[in-house]
Design a protein. Structure first.
Length: 339
């Protein structure tokens, strides 16, 4: 970064659960998409990791907000505060002047024009001069190392916090896709309500997420079994503390009704894939990205349902931002970027 390089380039994955930013080929921000604001003044108190620590533990003066819901901006002001704050964290010290920002930012494939506009406005208000956008499944495919411009069918499934997106890609375009609002957040809610209904114990969102990460599974039998998870919470009947031991099989059971919806969405896309591309997908396999790809046995479950090979992208939580970074580098070459 030289004295006169006045354009800073950023690749941004503005996710429902996590916001990740790449600058100069390196990940410079990777934090939860949360802000904490003062209820009275509306001023920012904390963002990212610091705000997540406060989530579920606030009092009347402070509230925490997750600005995105189901993959799209739900609270425009909070989204803008967050994006601005995250961009500030990127170190601009190599510059003598404030650089002008060139950004590539990703959006869900099912976005409406209004939703796309909201992302663009947020990015521009946060300082973006030249803002380009890329559809998330395209970014996930690039991040998984696939040659998206080839005349060849590639299929990707990105299971994030808010949405699961399934797409078949060929010749630099999305041939067919499906997006559903069943993803990590819904899995977390499933666990929370299962523990309450089956065991009469109340647990918070963060605890439920910890359980999901520790013993989350998509099949009731795994080759490598994680250790049981011990959780303590108030009994809903007595308000006294109760302790419970959860196995991965029990969690797989609690997630079943949501996993079935993901299975169905995958089948729906497979039905839409044109035959020539289908043959490529059979040969190349399907790539899983996003934090949901880390649910144990999900690849095996989908393989058993479809008979296709499934691969988990390297570092799946960062596949989309990596792909967005590749798009940024090829900004003049990739025709699928939206300006
Ligand atoms: N090891 C794990 N096992 C299961 N789920 C996980 C694991 N690690 C992270 N997750 C979940 O993955 C989700 C976050 O994934 P990701 O960062 O890909 O989402 P996002 O990009 O922010 O959301 P979206 O793409 O829907 O806007 C969260 O729900 C998180 O709980
Ligand atoms: Mg995502």
């Amino acid at each position: 970064m030289g004295l006169f390089s006045l354009t800073q380039e950023l690749a941004i994955d503005l996710g429902t659960a996590n916001t990740i930013i790449i600058s100069n080929g390196k990940i410079v921000v990777d934090e939860p998409s949360i802000v904490a604001v003062d209820q009275h003044s509306g001023k920012l108190v904390a963002i990212g990791n610091q705000a997540r620590q406060m989530h579920g533990k606030t009092h009347q003066n402070i509230k925490t907000i997750r600005p995105l819901k189901d993959g799209v901006i739900a609270d425009f002001n909070a989204a803008e505060l967050m994006l601005r704050g995250m961009i500030k964290k990127v170190n601009f010290s190599g510059h003598l002047f404030n650089p002008s920002l060139r950004m590539v930012i990703c959006i869900p494939s099912g976005s409406t024009n209004v939703e796309i506009r909201a992302v663009r406005d947020s990015a521009e208000h946060a300082g973006g001069r030249e803002v380009s956008m890329i559809y998330e499944p395209m970014a996930a495919a690039l991040g998984a190392g696939l040659d998206v411009e080839a005349p060849e069918g590639h299929m990707v499934i990105d299971i994030g916090g808010g949405t699961t997106e399934i797409a078949c890609i060929s010749l630099g375009g999305i041939v067919c896709s499906e997006s559903i609002n069943v993803a990590g957040d819904v899995f977390t809610e499933d666990i929370q309500s299962y523990v309450r209904q089956q065991h009469n114990i109340r647990i918070g969102e963060r605890t439920a997420e910890d359980i999901k990460i520790a013993v989350g599974a998509a099949v009731s039998e795994l080759d490598e079994e994680p250790e049981d998870y011990v959780v303590t919470g108030p009994n809903i009947l007595t308000a006294l503390p109760s302790t419970l031991t959860l196995s991965y099989s029990e969690i797989a059971y609690s997630l079943e009704k949501s996993l079935v919806k993901i299975d169905a969405a995958v089948m729906k896309v497979l039905e839409m894939v044109p035959p020539e591309l289908y043959a490529d997908v059979v040969k190349n396999g399907v790539y899983l990205a996003g934090g949901g790809a880390l649910i144990r046995g999900l690849d095996k479950r989908l393989h058993d349902k479809t008979n296709l090979p499934f691969h988990i992208a390297e570092d799946p939580l960062r596949a989309v931002v990596r792909g967005t970074g590749i798009a940024l580098k090829n900004i003049n070459k990739f025709s699928f970027l939206m300006r």
